[in-house]
Ligand binder design. Structure first.
Ligand SMILES: O=C(O)c1ccccc1NCC(=O)[C@H](O)[C@H](O)COP(=O)(O)O
Length: 231
C-alpha cells in the first residue's frame, strides 16, 4: 500500500503549491502561538483556499481548549485535527466533539517507552471517541514538536504500525528506511523539508516524497518476490 504523506508547518502559498506538486496527501497548519510556524486561523483559511480537492488539511493544536479549537475550525476549514500536547484521552475526545472533526493524537516517544504502552494508548483513544483516527508518533523533547529529532523505531509494535503516523526527525536520508522498516500508515515531516523554520524548501519536499515512494516500491517488490517463491 502507498504510504500517505503529510507535510506540516506550512505558512506560505508557494510552499502549499510545492506540496501539491510533490504528490503528498496532507498539509498541516500549526495553531500553537509559541511555534515559529504559527499561523492564525485567518491565515490558514487563506492558504486552504489554494488547496485542490482530495487533499487533507490538518490543524495542529497544543493543549488548546475545546472552545479554541471549535472557533478555529469555524474560520479555517480543516479536515482533521492533530492534538500535539498533553491532552488526556477524555480531553482529546471532548475537543474533537466540540470541533466536529476527526482527530489524531500524538504520543511523544521516550527512550523508555514500552511498545505495549503505545498499543494501550491507541486502544484507549479508539475506545474514547468514534472521531479518533490514529496515533501520531513523535519524539519526546522538552519543547513541543517540530524539533527534527528521531526515536527508536523498533519500539513501534508490528501490529500497530499499519495504523500509525510516523514522525520525528524524518528526512530524505531516512525516509526510505522508515517506510521499509516500520511500514506505517503515513509519515509526517516538518523541519526535515525546511530551508529555515516555517519556510519550506520545494526541492527537499520533492526529494522526501520520492524517498517515501522508493520505500513503497521496495515493499511492493519484496511482496511480489515472496509470493513468487514456490512453496
Ligand atoms: O512545528 C512546530 O513548531 C510544532 C510546535 C508544537 C508542536 C508540534 C509541532 N510540530 C510537529 C510537527 O510538525 C509534526 O507533526 C512532526 O512532529 C514532525 O516534526 P519534525 O521532526 O520537525 O519533522
Amino acid at each position: 500500500m502507498r504510504t500517505r504523506i503529510k507535510i506540516c508547518g506550512l505558512t506560505r502559498e508557494q510552499d502549499v503549491q510545492a506540496v501539491m506538486a510533490s504528490g503528498a496527501d496532507a498539509i498541516g497548519f500549526v495553531f500553537y502561538p509559541k511555534s515559529p510556524r504559527y499561523v492564525t486561523p485567518e491565515r490558514a483559511a487563506e492558504l486552504i483556499r489554494t488547496v485542490p480537492p482530495f487533499i487533507t488539511t490538518v490543524g495542529l493544536f497544543v493543549n488548546a481548549s475545546p472552545e479554541e479549537v471549535a472557533a478555529t475550525v469555524k474560520i479555517a476549514p480543516l479536515s482533521l485535527i492533530q492534538l500535539h500536547g498533553d491532552e488526556t484521552v477524555a480531553e482529546g475526545a471532548a475537543i474533537a466533539a466540540a470541533a466536529g472533526r476527526q482527530y489524531m493524537k500524538v504520543f511523544r516517544v521516550k527512550p523508555d517507552t514500552r511498545p505495549d504502552e503505545l498499543l494501550e494508548y491507541e486502544q484507549a483513544n479508539r475506545a474514547a471517541s468514534p472521531l479518533f483516527t490514529s496515533l501520531l508518533l513523535d519524539t519526546y523533547v522538552d519543547a513541543y514538536g517540530g524539533a527534527g529529532k528521531g526515536f527508536d523505531w523498533s519500539l513501534v509494535p508490528k501490529d500497530l504500525a499499519p495504523r500509525v503516523v510516523l514522525s520525528g526527525g524524518l528526512s530524505v536520508h531516512n525516509a526510505t528506511d522508515a517506510v521499509v522498516g516500520v511500514r506505517p500508515y503515513a509519515v509526517d515531516i516538518s523541519s526535515g523539508v525546511e530551508a529555515s523554520k516555517g519556510i519550506k524548501d520545494a526541492r527537499k519536499i520533492a526529494d522526501f516524497v520520492t524517498a517515501v515512494r522508493v520505500g513503497d516500491a521496495t515493499i511492493e517488490s519484496e511482496t511480489h518476490h515472496e509470493s513468487a517463491v514456490p512453496r
